[in-house]
Design a protein around this ligand. Sequence first.
Ligand code: SAH
Ligand code: SF4
Length: 394
Amino acid sequence: MTLSAPITQDVHTIPRKLPEGPVNLVGLTRDQMREAFVTAGTPDRQAKMRVNQVWQWVYHWGVRDFTQMTNLAKDYRALLARHFVVEIPEIVSRQVSSDGTRKYLVRIAGGHEVETVYIPEEDRGTLCVSSQVGCTLTCSFCHTGTQKLVRNLTAGEIVGQILLARDDLGEWPVPGAPKDETRLLSNIVLMGMGEPLYNFDSVRDAMRIAMDGEGIALSRRRITLSTSGVVPEIARTATEIGCNLAVSFHATTDEVRDVLVPINKKWNIATLLDALREYPNLSNSERITFEYVMLDGVNDTDEDARRLVKLIEGIPAKINLIPFNEWPGAPYRRSSNNRIRTFADIIYKAGYASPIRTPRGEDIMAACGQLKSATERARKSRAQIAAEAGVTQA
Ligand code: SAH
Ligand code: SF4
């Protein structure tokens, strides 16, 4: 089997500062914002307070127009307006599934597009955020993997997805109204397009902004980062972000995982498990989610289930079984419901939670692994995908 795309990172994030124009405040860390304010002429001793004030306007109240930041003096508002903007990416289109899932096609600088998905549930609302346009990795069952990587998102473009979803949900607080504790957008998963750990710094800065208590204020336990297994960045995820970790595991032998998740050739199952064993201690989080896509006849036998249980022994874990979501030209089929249930049962009886993920937003191609922006559609033919995956076509 040959792979046409590299399995390592080959791009860097280009900061989207307009050469001469105003700087976008969205996505700056507190320290970066402070520095920017000082450079723009804010006296050093005032800078921290100004950051606090502007931060609250932008991230707590959802205000983007400096003239509305009424606790700042008029002169200071004018100074800010000369040097800065508060800008988020634009929603190009918005589709709503019959199950209430919303999928946004989002345009970022340079005209590139990513997708963001909002999934309402009874007790929570989860926003599935993208971290890259496309992905350098080529997992053979993933639609995004057939799309070439265009570029990494900036921290502002990642945070911007949260802000635009709150706009669309109408969820900014109203001054004077009682605090509403039941949030429409209560959880974030980094499970959209891209490999978040190949865009570590921007993802970290964006998540720190999302966790900041004076703004969006989501606790680190309400954020889950999903990785295909970029082992060298796992410890940093624990110490620098501290959110929950999900791992795209998907196979119980290196032979099968090499095909499904090709990054396995670089960091195999044993190496990955070693890094995962450290995670709960380093991050003080409870358990790791193992994502396991159910592919008919590929990774779904009873033997696989038993091997999985053996492999993860000693790791506080939950196994999330994902029925394969099909996409045009996909070289796999979803395992039968009976097969998935039997598989889940073996894991459950070994003492691990083994929920079967209900596909959401399938009718609008918003389910796991179906995201792929229209700009880069159909780069590879069905035959090419099948050949790369090493499977014969049905
Ligand atoms: N790049 C990261 C995060 C994005 S993918 C990662 O790979 O973890 C989010 C989850 O959806 C991953 O577990 C991924 O393996 C899974 N997935 C991808 N394609 C899928 C498909 N067609 N059906 C079901 N799950 C899929
Ligand atoms: Fe990239 Fe994740 Fe899809 Fe693999 S599963 S191709 S890492 S987005």
